[in-house]
Design a protein around this ligand. Sequence first.
Ligand SMILES: [Zn+2]
Ligand SMILES: [Zn+2]
Length: 214
Amino acid sequence: MTLAIHALHLGPLDNNTYLVVHEGTRETAVVDVGFGPEAVLETIARRKLVVRLLLNTHAHYDHVAGMRAIQQACGGDYYLHPADRPLLDHLAEQGAAFDFPPAEPPDDAHDLADRQSIALAGEAIEVIHTPGHSPGGVCFRHGRWLISGDTLFLGSIGRTDLPGGSFEELERAIRERLFVLGDAVQVHPGHGPETTIGEERMHNPFVGENARLA
Ligand SMILES: [Zn+2]
Ligand SMILES: [Zn+2]
């Protein structure tokens, strides 16, 4: 049985929170909760999900601020790439910079490593390190889907003007580590609508085929 993805669209920045669910056991990984943890908890309760993992694609406020509330209500092991620890440690300052309410990070962060395989109900979720939007940005892949965080969007890419950002790194990560996954892979980004690797490889104005000619 594969792992299914359910998306919740929450908050003023159109963030996507993902629930990765093993439909047999209802064991669940919760990915990126910034705004509206109450809505995430309501969905977890209504679907009778068993939270095992709390995963962050990166540690920007809009992806992390609600993780502690999920951890306190449901438990689950929390994972983040260590290169984003400094961002996690400065969550309050990140929020203040954008006039968002203060927030505390989740406890007991475990480190993610590139190409690590995380088990959920016996299924493997692969970690792909894709720095550029933030130093510790990662994507999560299972079968035909990819959770891309703020690395790759429909027709766009993550901003690279925040601390630790680099367009060159982001471009290289997307072209060398994501486009090779195959055109059929469904991409579930941190903001906005979903897309596919093929669509972005061909048409993305920043990193797609046409961008090379510009
Ligand atoms: Zn971000
Ligand atoms: Zn974001």
